[in-house]
Design a protein around this ligand. Structure first.
Ligand code: LAC
Ligand code: ZN
Length: 456
């Protein structure tokens, strides 16, 4: 045990300090680009008061604190630096309240996204956000990153579903913002300051979540197109003609090469250069009508629509989409993947630009993501045993940020700044804007001990 671990055992009890190897607590999905951290101790508090005790101790002793949810992030936000304390929220798993008839719950930070979705579903409700890896990711981490997902197109990101937050902020105090209320304009919007703050302002310990009645039906529509041009035309036609799909995702030819749509006819799959994944939802009548409209748009734009209605066909479509990031990683063993976002009418340029950057750095490139939100997962495939490939991919990532900003977009649409985009804000933000950003950090965390090095 390190001296810090021993001291924390005295603060919150021996059994709250993780013994043995802590490898699982010092990394996230950025392991695919060889990012792994280290820490002095890992604690797993069982209550908000214990989290507060840890933060109090750390603040007094000037030890950095790295909050950790399910560890499924793509930006290195939960990767700790040597000497810090990892505060895992995995044991804060209570539903403090669940009021299905009022469409709301009060859940602790370590409740998994899937459990929250399931409890809602079992009660005829919907918790719409669907970031990937829901079995592993926690609601606390989802809030800390304002996680998105395919359904964000219609329903918004995690933050849109949070009406209140309980958090431990330096130097170790518990605050609550909002609650079981759906409107609150008293004071500045501190709730949305914490949402997406990536653990740099405090530790989110509990949240008030809202639901809506579950849609009666949901039907996927996949559009397979010969080219990016025809596919992007269909995206714009879908939006422009008011077809209110809940999901409007895409995969370019590079992504399709890694994960061909197994549910389409073999010949067709080989000729596909671009794919769209839509979902029609609502009452049974609405979902059928939006489905038909989406199919019509796909066909009018020269695509082939695959729109299964049977459970196994639907499952195959979602398996394909959810397996995308894994499939792309498998090609060369590693990847550097960013999540730039651009205005919808610049999507085509961002998709083509990703390939141009890949060519410039000499690496295979691809992108997929949330077309309707203009949010790309622009990716360079790397063999991680070759440091030069990794270096070129990181240079490609910086070029992607330039591209996004040039197109009127932003560095990150859904995964956050974390560690991997550290230093990028000052390349693009005006001095006064940066000063305000840093001022918020200093106000919450004057000693700079909350998840240092992230979101800056
Ligand atoms: C996705 C993850 C990478 O959309 O955000 O596939
Ligand atoms: Zn995504």
């Amino acid at each position: 045990m390190t001296a810090i671990a021993t001291a924390l055992a005295a603060v919150v009890g021996d059994e709250r300090v993780v013994r043995g190897p802590v490898d699982a607590y010092v990394k996230d999905e950025t392991e695919t680009r060889l990012i792994v951290g280290s820490c002095a101790a890992v604690v797993e508090p069982r209550s908000t008061e214990e989290v507060a005790a840890v933060v109090r101790w750390a603040y007094e002793h000037e030890v950095p604190v790295v909050p950790r949810g399910g560890g499924t992030g793509y930006a290195g936000g939960a990767v700790p630096f040597a000497g810090s304390v990892v505060v895992s929220l995995a044991k804060l798993t209570a539903f403090r309240r669940f009021d299905p008839e009022l469409w709301r719950a009060e859940v602790e930070a370590g409740v998994t996204t899937h459990l929250l979705q399931r409890r809602a579903r079992e009660n005829g409700l919907l918790y719409p956000p669907d970031p990937g890896a829901g079995e592993q990711s926690h609601i606390g981490g989802n809030i800390a990153t304002n996680a998105g997902g395919p359904h964000a197109f219609k329903y918004g990101t995690t933050g849109a579903w949070i009406t209140g937050i309980e958090a431990v902020v330096p130097p170790g105090e518990v605050i609550t913002i909002g609650g079981a209320i759906t409107k609150d304009v008293a004071g500045y919007d501190l709730k949305h300051v914490l949402i997406g703050s990536e653990g740099t302002l405090g530790v989110i310990t509990c949240a008030w979540v809202r639901f809506i009645p579950a849609p009666e039906a949901r039907h996927p529509v996949v559009g397979l197109f010969p080219s990016t041009a025809t596919g992007v035309e269909a995206i714009e036609a879908m939006v422009g003609s008011g077809v209110a799909v809940a999901v409007l995702d895409y995969l370019d030819h590079g992504a399709l090469a890694a994960a061909p749509p197994a549910f389409a006819d073999g010949d067709v799959a080989e000729r596909v250069g671009f794919a769209l994944l839509c979902e029609a939802d609502g009452t049974a009548v609405e979902a059928r009508s939006v489905r038909a409209a989406a199919i019509a748009v796909v066909e009018e734009c020269g695509g082939l629509a695959v729109a299964p209605l049977d459970a196994s066909g639907v499952a195959a479509v979602w398996r394909w989409r959810e397996g995308m990031t894994g499939a792309v990683t498998t090609v060369r063993g590693g990847k550097v993947s960013e999540d730039i976002v651009v205005p919808l009418d610049r999507l085509r340029e961002a998709i083509d630009g990703t390939h141009a950057i890949g060519d410039a750095v000499g690496l295979p490139a691809c992108s997929w993501g949330h077309a309707g939100d203009g949010n790309l997962h622009s990716t360079f495939l790397v063999d991680t045993s070759d440091p030069d490939q990794l270096r070129r991919a990181e240079a490609g990532a910086v070029a992607l940020f330039d591209l996004a900003v040039e197109l009127g977009g932003s560095l990150s649409g859904e995964h956050g700044l974390g560690l991997v985009k550290s230093g990028q804000l000052e390349r693009f933000w005006a001095p006064r804007k940066l000063e305000l950003h840093r001022g918020i950090k200093t106000l919450f965390d004057p000693k700079g001990l909350m998840n240092p090095g992230k979101k800056q």
